[in-house]
Design a binder for this molecule. Structure first.
Ligand SMILES: Cc1ncc(COP(=O)(O)O)c(C=O)c1O
Length: 337
């Protein structure tokens, strides 16, 4: 590659974009710098402008809402189903106003939000698929279910690279053109600048890594699902609430997140036994200081508050062995027994 002399938006990025699009079953995949840029660019590409409202969950990684605010739009927080930890058509509908321009559906922890119902709401839906690369819903891949979708290839993700990386996918030729323009300073030809965009590129080196790893993804995701099945089979559900797949979803368990009223006690006791367990979003986004302006005092998100309080991620990964899963289940039983 070094001999090739093209380090920026060269043949590796182009090839990866084609391979990712084929894998997901979409017309366009466009590499960008990271999953946060992917969200800002995708939202603008589907037509979100400053002052527009965008409905998104509060129980997700901060970047989901941050990206909305960063493009001058207004995040409007909606609730989740505590069982699936994803938004539903009902929770989104409750947050829609005449000013709503789009919805961000987060495929949280590798589950897939109920996209068919969400699309029936009649607004553009952007999938935040950062945690769900390879997941399916009704046979189609996350990333091929909305008006546009965003991915992160951060090293801890299901499809990782060796640094920052991201992508936007879409079936819409105009959205794809807007994404390509926005990732390169708002220009189609590098001479005329028609928009104020970004310098947000997937690196050639990262694209080369992603091309090697993409063929491994389905195997890794199958191993994650197998580990989740062992948790179920070994009786973990007698002690904590297990994650529930959205109807028709093939969950890829980016994280394996259970619920317990004694989550913090459990995390500490597992830690003493050398088992890593942690909460990710104890303070949901609508309670974060930077989002105060977007969180009216009377905002009530009971599902979000419940999951924020009770969730705990237990060990999960493609390399997890049956014995390790059994050890976790018996430790949980021991602590909560
Ligand atoms: C749900 C979600 N959205 C967006 C992002 C942002 O991705 P990145 O870290 O690549 O900017 C992440 C991950 O970090 C995420 O988990």
């Amino acid at each position: 590659m070094a001999e090739g002399g093209r380090y920026i938006l060269g043949p590796e990025v182009e090839a990866f974009e084609g391979e990712l699009a084929d894998y997901l079953g979409v017309r366009h995949a466009i590499g960008v710098g990271n999953g946060t840029d992917a969200l800002m660019i995708a939202l603008r590409a589907v037509g979100v402008e400053p002052g527009d409202e965008v409905v998104c969950p509060s129980f997700t990684f901060y970047a989901t809402a941050e990206a909305i605010a960063a493009i001058g739009a207004v995040p409007v927080f909606c609730d989740i189903d505590p069982r699936t930890m994803c938004v539903t058509a009902e929770t989104v509908r409750a947050a829609i106003t005449p000013r709503t321009k789009a919805i961000v559906a987060v495929h949280l922890f590798g589950n897939v939000a109920p996209m068919a119902e969400l699309r029936e709401l009649g607004l553009p839906v952007v999938e935040d698929a950062a945690q769900a690369t390879g997941a399916r819903l009704g046979g189609a891949r996350a990333g091929a279910l909305g008006d546009a979708a965003t991915f992160s290839f951060f090293p801890s993700k299901n499809l990782p690279c060796l640094g920052d990386g991201g992508a936007v996918t879409t079936d819409d030729d105009d959205v794809a053109a807007a994404v390509r323009r926005l990732r390169f300073h708002g220009s189609d030809d590098k001479k005329t600048f028609v928009d104020v965009g970004y310098n947000s590129r997937l690196d050639e080196l990262q694209a080369a890594v992603l091309r090697v790893l993409l063929p491994e993804l389905d195997g890794w995701n199958a191993a994650r699902r197998a580990a989740a099945d062992i948790y179920t089979r070994e009786g973990l559900g007698e002690h904590v609430e297990l994650p529930v797949d959205v109807a028709g979803a093939e969950h890829v368990h980016h994280l394996y997140v259970v619920r317990s009223e004694r989550a913090d006690q459990l995390a500490a006791a597992l830690g003493e036994r050398g088992i890593g367990a942690r909460a990710y979003y104890r303070t949901p986004i609508h309670r974060q200081p930077a989002m105060a302006a977007f969180a009216p005092g009377d905002l009530s998100l009971p599902g979000t508050d419940e999951v924020a309080r009770t969730h705990l991620a237990l060990p999960m990964g493609p390399e997890l062995t049956e014995d390790q899963v059994r050890e976790v289940v018996s430790a949980v039983a021991d602590v909560l027994g």
